[in-house]
Design a protein around this ligand. Structure first.
Ligand code: HEC
Length: 189
């Protein structure tokens, strides 16, 4: 009762220091948990939406499920090729998607997960997903074609990366891109 002010101060200091340690401990705990059980990125039908609302890079579209769009665009625009960052979404047409999963998910595919979707005005339905064994509606194995890209292109085919070219012209691809039923018509916006 003779020195209440210093007591209050030191109490405040002690609470502050204690909280600091608690936050630090919690932080370390979360980091360890993440390292031990790094979860694959959760993906469901609702993950996918209007193709042309994504970011256009040359003839295809990109996004990033972890909010790291800048890094995905940088990888896509790198003239010498690059490994795409975790969370990257890449699409050429509305129904076929590649998503870069968390490191170690699938070494064979550089952690790319392949998706075959069905799309309508109501949205997207995943009809097939996986790594080395997903086939598209024409019976073609995604990985089987994309693995032919030179290593520095991280399984991204485009043209001139080493994949066999698609038997359709750029005009046809552009038409398919613009016909995504999930994108609202301009007059509805
Ligand atoms: C017959 C070989 C073949 C099959 C099968 C195939 N692709 Fe592709 N894919 C290509 C080629 C070639 C391109 C580049 C076309 C272009 O830009 O002219 C491409 C483009 C893409 C792109 C845009 C990025 C890039 O690589 O250029 C994505 C994403 C993609 N395909 C995903 C898939 C998914 C998912 C599947 C399976 C559901 C699949 N593809 C099946 C050959 C194939």
């Amino acid at each position: 009762m003779s020195h209440p002010v210093p007591d209050a101060r030191s109490l405040r200091f002690r609470i502050g220091a204690g909280l600091g340690v608690a936050v630090l401990t919690l932080g370390l705990g979360v980091t360890q948990l993440k390292a031990a059980t790094e979860q694959a990125i959760a993906i469901d039908d609702a993950t996918f939406d209007c193709l042309t609302a994504m970011t256009a890079v040359r003839g295809f579209f990109v996004d990033n499920l972890l909010g790291n769009l800048e890094a995905t665009v940088a990888a896509a625009e790198s003239p010498d090729g690059a490994m795409y960052p975790t969370g990257s979404v890449v699409q050429l047409v509305p129904t076929e998607v590649m998503v870069k999963q968390t490191p170690g998910t699938s070494p064979a595919t550089n952690d790319w997960e392949f998706f075959e979707l069905q799309v309508s005005e109501e949205g997207s339905t995943i009809v097939a997903r996986g790594f080395v064994d997903v086939v598209n509606r024409f019976g073609g194995n995604c990985f089987g074609c994309h693995v032919k890209a030179e290593p520095k292109w991280d399984l991204i085919c485009e043209t001139g990366h080493g994949c066999d070219p698609l038997p359709i012209t750029r005009d046809v691809i552009a038409g398919i891109q613009q016909a995504d039923p999930r994108c609202r018509a301009p007059e509805e916006v």
